[in-house]
Write a protein that binds this ligand. Structure first.
Ligand code: RAT
Ligand code: ZN
Length: 398
């Protein structure tokens, strides 16, 4: 085998990725598809940075149109300041990957050069080696759900997931939506289940998902509607993805950029795994505080699979530390990353940044095995990297 680092680099870059959690939509779904450098600059991670590091008020910012927002973010975060945060570096990774020389240029100049690239979503997926990705589909958002009335997009590439947050946040709205659709005299719980059945038939989802704060996690186990949903998920063999530890709107004025972290009690996660041993759970936690316990839970219950570095955890220093911990406790039996991309072009940076860390971490673990006389072959590395970037996720959802 050639130099291990080089070999790893080649294998990681040639392995196809299954991206298990995104907020992307196919390009034909024009009302929801986001792409281009203007949208990349409008990312809520960058909006939060702008609103906390400059004099721009949320009100003034949100009164601008998208183009002017992008312009302001470019001027404030990339020209006046040094764009050193992870979200800022991501923008620079995208521009430099297309060899756009952005130094001393205005947003309009960069935007024009970027538009000339004329990138399709498939161009970006190919470039990032994404074979499939999972969307976030809310069956109670009827505008968004119109996607499934259309047939002009590739449902083998863009896979569906049922996002169920609304059932906890606004059960009455969900019951009403179900009533309108089902038009039957069923009780509330049967209405919801029947509505989910319809949504399932329409979208063929690979999992259902819900994000939870502290209170929502600790009461999910006694939630009436959810006890039926767990049964339904089991019947469908559909995992439930738990996104744990978000506190929505800690600063309401920031809108989508205003969510923060909540302190969850992961003993409730263990209780869920025990109470529903035949249900499958995917799980990602938002706070660094929860990562050690989550990893231990991943060793204690075979019906849970840890995935990704969610949102505030998606920082290189944290990824390196926690991914090492996960490997030390779980071997390669977890799903190391998802992109959470909202703009298709973000796939480029989310995955290329992660691959650098993956390379470094795998190199150090393989080197330790070599020191102990273990033979690392090219085939072994290909198998491991394929597990990490694709197979573990595919196996768990199938
Ligand atoms: O990372 C994000 O973009 C967040 O705003 C959330 O969408 C989060 O990932 C979620 O799925 O709730
Ligand atoms: Zn997300």
């Amino acid at each position: 085998m050639k130099n291990l680092k080089e070999e790893l680099n080649i294998i990681i870059n040639n392995t196809e990725i299954f991206d298990i959690h995104t907020h992307l939509f196919p390009s034909n779904f024009k009302t929801h598809y986001l792409s281009g450098i203007g949208e990349v600059l409008n990312y809520h991670y960058l909006i939060a940075e702008l609103l906390t590091s400059t004099n721009t008020t949320p009100n003034a910012f949100y009164n601008l149109n998208n183009n002017d927002r992008a312009k302001l973010i470019w001027e404030e975060l990339f020209i006046k300041q040094t764009p050193v945060s992870e979200a800022c570096k991501g923008v620079l990774t995208i521009l430099s990957s297309f060899e756009i020389d952005y130094s001393s240029k205005s947003f309009d100049q960069i935007n024009n050069e970027y538009l000339e690239l004329n990138l399709s979503d498939q161009d970006i997926l190919n470039r990032s080696k994404i074979s499939n990705l999972v969307m976030t589909n809310n069956p109670f958002d009827l505008e968004e759900w119109k996607l499934f009335e259309k047939k002009d997009w590739n449902s083998d590439v863009y896979l569906a997931s049922l996002r169920l947050d609304d059932i906890l946040l606004d059960p009455n709205k969900c019951i009403q939506t179900a009533k309108n659709k089902i038009q039957d005299n069923l009780n509330e719980r049967d209405l919801i289940i029947k509505y989910l059945d319809t949504a399932y038939e329409q979208s063929n989802p690979v999992y259902a998902a819900i994000s939870l704060n502290k209170d929502q996690l600790s009461t999910l186990i006694e939630n009436k509607i959810f006890s039926y949903i767990f049964e339904w998920l089991k019947l469908k063999n559909l995992p439930l993805s738990l996104l744990l530890g978000v506190k929505r709107q800690i600063n309401k004025e920031f809108l989508l950029a205003g969510d923060g972290i909540d302190r969850v009690d992961l003993s409730y996660l263990s209780k869920l795994c025990n109470k529903y041993p035949k249900n499958k759970f995917l799980c990602s936690c938002l706070s660094l505080n929860d990562q050690h316990e989550l990893t231990v839970i991943g060793r204690k219950h075979s019906n849970i699979r840890i995935f990704g570095f969610w949102w505030f955890m998606n920082q290189p220093t944290l990824i390196e530390m926690i991914m090492n911990l996960r490997i030390e406790l779980l071997g390669f039996n977890f799903i190391p990353q998802h992109s959470d991309a909202r703009v298709t072009d973000q796939l480029i940076y989310k995955w290329s940044h992660f691959k650098v860390i993956l390379n470094k971490i795998l190199f150090s673990h393989y080197s330790e095995l070599v020191l102990r006389g273990f033979k690392i072959s090219e085939e072994k590395i290909i198998t491991d990297v394929n597990k990490l970037l694709s197979k573990n996720a595919l196996d768990f959802i199938s």
